[in-house]
Design a binder for this molecule. Structure first.
Ligand code: PGA
Length: 241
């Protein structure tokens, strides 16, 4: 049986307190979509307010990154425990923008995933090849290596998001058969961890959602730009109606 679908919105560095209205529209729309889990990952400054607004609804709130330690002298950082305390249920770790702009390595991502688990959060671990790696024909090998090093092997409560770096924010997407090949590889890599959800991410929008999200072994999506507007996010979710 396929795992229950998850649609997670990654708001990145977008959103002020006034954005709670958009969340409320998503919460209202969630009632008509009982077949999937919905999640919004706003910037850290909005987690508490969003968690409060979403309490009792079917919409989960997640963070976008966490430190590996519970507390300490790490100016500007936020621990998994703090996200949990603010009302988050999950946290994205190892997004390619963190890997690229903050020098996060696979090993750091794995430690963060463990930290999330320690704090009672669901880690959403991101992997994905660059354009050069895809063109060189090494996408599968690269992603397998990222999985080996970024996903703690004893963790069963985890979500993995395949996000080709070249597809993020570009409007470009892999073909459904490339997604199928990658997700089959990831599913095989997981072995007996059959309940782990495999998300696709990278330029998902209402127009391409059906073709990308109905691919075998795709259990949902991690959506950036199109998750900022409730209408678009819900239109993507409608694939699971
Ligand atoms: P995008 O971002 O949907 O805007 O391409 C996806 C992501 O970075 O998670």
């Amino acid at each position: 049986m396929a795992p229950r679908a998850l649609l997670a919105g990654n708001w990145k560095m977008h959103g002020l307190q006034s954005a709670v209205g958009e969340l409320q529209k998503i919460i209202a729309g969630a009632d008509g979509l009982p077949k999937l889990d919905l999640m919004v990952c706003p910037p850290a400054t909005l987690i508490a307010a969003f968690a409060k607004a979403a309490r009792g609804s079917r919409v989960l709130i997640g963070g976008q990154d966490c430190h590996s330690l519970p507390a300490g002298a790490y100016t500007g950082d936020i621990s998994a425990e703090m996200l949990k305390d603010a009302g988050a249920a999950a946290v994205i770790v190892g997004h390619s923008e963190r890997r690229q702009y903050h020098g996060e390595t696979d090993e750091m991502v794995r430690t963060k995933a463990r930290a999330a688990h320690r704090a009672g959060l669901l880690p959403i671990i991101c992997v994905g090849e660059t354009r050069a790696e895809r063109q060189a024909g090494s996408a599968l090998m690269i992603v397998r290596a990222q999985l080996d090093r970024s996903v703690p092997d004893d963790l069963t409560e985890v979500v993995i998001a395949y996000e080709p770096v070249w597809a993020i924010g570009t409007g470009l997407t892999p073909t459904p058969s490339d997604v199928a090949e990658m997700h089959a590889t990831m599913r095989e890599w997981l072995g007996r961890r059959e309940a782990v959800r495999l998300l696709y991410g990278g330029s998902v929008n209402p127009a391409n959602a059906n073709e990308l999200l109905t691919v075998a072994n795709v259990d949902g999506a991690l959506v950036g730009g199109a998750s900022l507007k409730a209408e678009e996010f819900l239109a993507i979710a409608a694939v699971y109606r």
